[in-house]
Ligand binder design. Structure first.
Ligand code: ADP
Ligand code: MG
Length: 328
């Protein structure tokens, strides 16, 4: 048994070191203070911000914001690692089966650890079902495509159903009770609560041997709380921080992160599907693999790979059944 780690242990070995933001071009002590107070405490958080967002957050022009961002990006190069180090780290990546062969093939073998995978789609399309299925398949033996690890399930819409987990577990030949005992479940009520729970959850990662973190859904609270243009920058900044927390869980603990997301109607689209995922660029940049699920003909669900660093776009059809999601 590993020694029980307390939250403090994790804080001491994982807190980002404080950086001197005035090292950035165009940042004096006053701007540095504003940046910090808005949560931009690392070069990374600034480097991934958009000029409009940063400008609105700290009250500078977009030109100035662009300069600060460019400077932060330049600064980050100091932190490069050799390709060999990166190769070694990536060698530890595990691909967790979805339990659906064609879907696994589409996404290159399964959902990857050290990565944030997003599934977005309209209400009722099957995002929560896929989340339930992965909460089970992560626990499968490694030779069956699983990871033999536990799951952290953060539920913002109160749609987690243990009965459904039990049903899917049985279909995969797992003991339903054991399967449920390996899922740590948290219901969250506000975006602040969600941030806090995710932060606290870090202390569970090693002791509970968590291999998959699910956030279902990622931004429903953010969207509900920050309405109107004037709050958009603050919301995006918070979301940015949140994505960083998730990526840290994924990389430090070699865990997969699955987030679900809603769709927005995009009135500017004239061709094709007039929907796009919510969350804007911050979310788009933060996720490595992006899947889109929608209802097709005769009850099938169409899962489309929208974004991957190394796989072609494509789609597969699946069915949602009593036994979970299966090939159509
Ligand atoms: P989303 O999270 O995208 O809003 P869900 O993942 O909750 O959607 O999917 C809901 C759909 O899943 C339902 O419309 C239903 O068709 C299907 N579903 C849920 N449970 C079962 C089951 N036990 N057997 C068959 N289909 C199911
Ligand atoms: Mg859902």
């Amino acid at each position: 048994m590993p020694r029980k780690k307390s939250v403090e242990d994790f804080e001491s070995d994982s807190e980002p070191t404080t950086v001197d933001l005035t090292e950035l071009e165009g940042v004096g002590p006053q701007t540095a203070g504003k940046l910090a107070s808005m949560g931009y405490t690392t070069f990374e958080s600034i480097a991934v911000a958009s000029p409009a967002e940063l400008a609105a957050s700290i009250g500078v022009s977009e030109t100035t914001a662009s300069k600060i961002i460019a400077s932060a990006r330049k600064r980050l190069k100091i932190g490069v690692e050799t390709a060999y180090d990166y190769y070694l780290k990536r060698k530890n990546i595990v691909k967790i089966t979805t339990g659906v062969r064609s879907l696994d093939t589409l996404i290159g073998g399964g959902i990857e650890t050290q990565t944030i995978t997003e599934i977005y789609g309209p209400y009722g399309s099957g995002k929560t079902q896929l989340a339930h299925q992965l909460a089970v398949t992560t626990q499968l033996p490694i030779d069956k495509g699983g990871y033999e690890k536990g799951v952290l399930y953060i539920d913002t819409e109160h749609t987690f159903r243990p009965e459904r987990i039990a049903q899917i577990a049985e279909a995969f030949g797992l003991d339903p009770v054991e399967t449920l005992k390996n899922i740590w479940y948290a219901r969250v009520f506000t975006s602040d609560h969600q941030m806090l729970i995710t932060e606290k959850a870090e202390a569970l990662m090693r002791p509970k041997n968590i291999g998959l973190v699910i956030i279902d859904s990622l931004i429903s609270h953010f969207r509900g709380e920050y309405v109107g243009r004037e709050t958009l920058a603050v919301r995006q900044q918070k979301l940015n921080l949140y994505m960083h927390k998730l990526l840290k869980l994924a990389t430090v603990y070699n865990a997969a992160v699955l987030v679900t997301n809603q769709v927005l109607a995009d009135p500017s689209t004239f061709y094709g599907d007039p929907t796009r995922p919510a969350g804007g660029h911050i979310l788009g940049h933060g996720v490595t693999m992006r899947l889109y699920i929608r209802k097709g003909k005769k009850g099938v669900r169409v899962v489309r790979l929208m974004k991957s660093p190394y796989l072609p776009e494509g789609e597969v059809e699946v069915l949602i059944t009593e036994k979970g999601i299966i090939e159509a």
